[in-house]
Design a protein around this ligand. Sequence first.
Ligand SMILES: [Zn+2]
Ligand SMILES: [Zn+2]
Length: 268
Amino acid sequence: MNAIRWDYHVHSDVSPDAKFPMEKMCEAAIARGLEEVVFTDHYEFYYHGVQKNYNETYLKKYFETVRRCQKQFEGKLTVKAGMEFGQLHLYPKMTSEIVNSHPYDFVLGSFHKMENVDLSEMILTEHNAEWIGDAYYHHMLELSEIGEFDCLGHLDYFKKHCARAGLPDLYEKYRPFIRKILENVIKRGKGIEVNTACMGGLLEETMPGLETLVLYKELGGHILTVGSDSHKPERLGYRFDAVYSLLRQAGFSAVAVFANRKASYRRI
Ligand SMILES: [Zn+2]
Ligand SMILES: [Zn+2]
């Protein structure tokens, strides 16, 4: 059993890029020894007023599915309502309206798309990586300043795409950005997540990695959640054993859980 039993980043087939029903994900979570999961299905914002299928109908379907699972798995698994908002800093008013008019336990703020193109669809080369990295970290900086979120999703997501292209992640160059992002998060009473989506594949590293976690601790950060970002049952709670060691190494002895967007802590 994992020492960390709270997976705060899980997708169900409500998300357009996942195909497993929430019920299946809940069954897998129980089988993998988890105590609590938050379904952070996607809600993406697009530039220039582009609107896809993220609307009230989508939200209604999401909340109905969560409520159904909460009933079905009561006493076996705590199922919480969350959402991963992408590019939320582009539409701060709209994000606040959505977040404040729905019963969320937890809100993750992420950045996935530049000019409506997902980073995962971009071909990074040694010629454009720095340009993409600069844009990525400028967006993250703004997101950390004004975004309506509880925790910042996969802070150094850029490195995943560098790894995919076999390029270095330019950590030294972006360290001042990362520091400022962490300072914003702390100042605003928010937190970050430790995301294991790269592990067992592209990179044996969490997003963010140890160096950033140590810096977060040094700066006085204490709110952090752990998420597998799983889109498949077998990835639930993936490598949380490694996260446990990493967090202890960085000086953390507790992780955050949320209810009605208020944090409390679980010792690890
Ligand atoms: Zn994400
Ligand atoms: Zn995700």
